[in-house]
Design a protein around this ligand. Structure first.
Ligand code: ZN
Ligand code: ZN
Length: 141
């Protein structure tokens, strides 16, 4: 692809082409254990996908499985579709749980802070009351 074509391609197209380039031209890609439906139907044996390590570090758990050829053609890849049945909901629940855990920790921390601020305030009020009582006695004498 010339530079002009590259610039003219939409951003998503550029993204796709950089995925394709990485899968086919760098160590981030490898031959798929078994070719996807499309590649198999067309007798194309060089069906390539991201290595598990690359996929794990760049994609969420059920993404990044598609082969380079299907990406390039802009079509759904059977290797990706295999991973899109149930996991989606599990992933959402898991990520929500993670968020809730995090929020729980934040809330617990805030509660501790609030409790110590309250204790401090009570102590101060107590001291002030004691002081004003003394002042009060002073006035009456
Ligand atoms: Zn393929
Ligand atoms: Zn494919």
């Amino acid at each position: 692809m010339s530079e002009v074509d590259w610039a003219g391609a939409g951003e998503s197209r550029q993204k796709i082409m950089s995925h394709v380039g990485r899968i086919h031209e760098t160590d981030d890609g490898q031959l798929a254990e078994s070719a996807c439906d499309f590649c198999e139907e067309h007798g194309l044996e060089d069906c390539s996908v991201y290595t598990p390590a690359t996929r794990a570090s760049f994609f969420s758990s059920n993404e990044g499985y598609g082969c380079g050829r299907c990406r390039k053609l802009g079509q759904a890849c059977s290797l990706q579709q295999q991973h899109q049945h149930a996991p989606k909901r599990r992933k959402t629940v898991a990520s929500l749980e993670a968020i809730i855990d995090q929020q729980d920790m934040v809330i617990a921390r805030l509660k501790r802070r609030l409790a110590s601020a309250r204790a401090q305030l009570q102590q101060q009020q107590h001291q002030q009351e004691e002081e004003s009582e003394f002042e009060g006695f002073g006035d009456y004498e």
